[in-house]
Design a protein around this ligand. Structure first.
Ligand code: G4P
Length: 281
């Protein structure tokens, strides 16, 4: 399957991010907890070199709880501070404050030694499109905080949200692109709905998803669609179409409709909490 990706704007976005990153102390990167590597931008490591790094496994409410722990350990072993979050829930984001302080410990101590007290640390949210950056900023910053305007010495036009005495957040998130030239990455992004449906072969994608589910989460399709998982993926899609009334004229299965139904159920968490990616593959 070949995926195209949003053309253009990438160089500009990268340049803007390069400028923004100079102003901040800690990069808070959001990834999708269901595909924690495929939803990660490969350039960010270079762009955020020498900055403290936090990884938030967002949309954790849709990911497999056992895999969340595995991924947190994986990122911690790779030098990040990591946390699973649901950006729609304010109380789940409380821990992020502590994490930011922990990530900036060295800077805060350096300031202290120089006699600078209570200088807020500056954080920036980054991530690929649709990973939940706006949702996170809205929930995390809420309405209570004030926006600080242009300050001398700060690039004009940048807006900072004062979260509290300790933290300021750049109000526009940094948008980055995934490693779209990699077909596995493309497939996984398509599974979670982060690639426009016009660009994908929905039936092929649904068949791939069926194969993955039968192998990794056996019983899921049987429970949800009363299909026999012993058949091959095309046979399973056919059964699903029949059981759910996705039929064309003459009672023939409508594969396209059945594929969309399955993908939509998966993307909206109706098949349960499922993680596509494992650290090893
Ligand atoms: P972006 O700025 O990174 O592009 O992403 P955005 O915040 O727009 O979020 C993309 C979609 O993901 C939104 O759904 C949003 O509600 C959802 N989302 C963000 N964080 C979480 C999370 O932790 N858990 C869950 N379950 N969903 C999350 P949407 O369908 O586009 O809009 P709507 O459903 O909010 O109307």
């Amino acid at each position: 399957m070949h995926f195209q990706w949003y053309p253009g704007h990438m160089t500009k976005a990268k340049r803007t991010m390069q400028e923004d990153i100079r102003l901040i102390d800690v990069v808070v990167e959001l990834v999708d907890a269901r595909i924690p590597v495929s939803s990660k931008n490969p350039d960010i490591d270079t762009l955020a070199k020498n900055k403290s790094r936090i990884i938030l496994l967002n949309k954790s409410d849709m990911a497999d709880p056992a895999q969340l722990d595995v991924w947190i350990r994986y990122y911690e072993e790779n030098g990040y501070l990591a946390l699973a979050v649901n950006s729609k829930k304010k109380n789940e984001l409380k821990q992020v404050h502590a994490l930011i302080q922990k990530a900036c410990k060295e800077k805060i101590e350096r300031d202290k030694k120089r006699g600078i007290l209570n200088r807020p640390v500056r954080a920036m949210i980054v991530g690929i499109p649709n990973v939940g950056k706006s949702t996170f900023i809205n929930t995390f910053a809420g309405k209570a905080c004030t926006k600080t305007g242009n300050k001398p010495g700060v690039t004009r036009g940048k807006q900072w949200i004062r979260l509290n005495k300790q933290v300021e957040l750049l109000d526009t998130p940094g948008i980055l692109w995934p490693k779209f030239e990699d077909q596995t990455v493309g497939q996984r992004l398509a599974f979670i709905g982060s690639i426009k449906d016009e660009l994908i072969q929905s039936v092929d994608l649904a068949l791939d998803l069926i194969e993955f589910l039968v192998e990794t989460y056996p019983g899921t399709l049987e429970r949800n669609y009363q299909v026999e998982e012993t058949e091959n993926s095309a046979g399973i899609l056919k059964q699903l179409a029949k059981n759910r009334g996705c039929l064309q004229k003459g009672q023939e299965p409508d594969y396209e409709k059945a594929a969309f139904l399955l993908l939509d159920d998966f993307r909206n968490g109706r098949l349960g909490r499922i993680t596509i990616e494992r650290p090893s593959h």
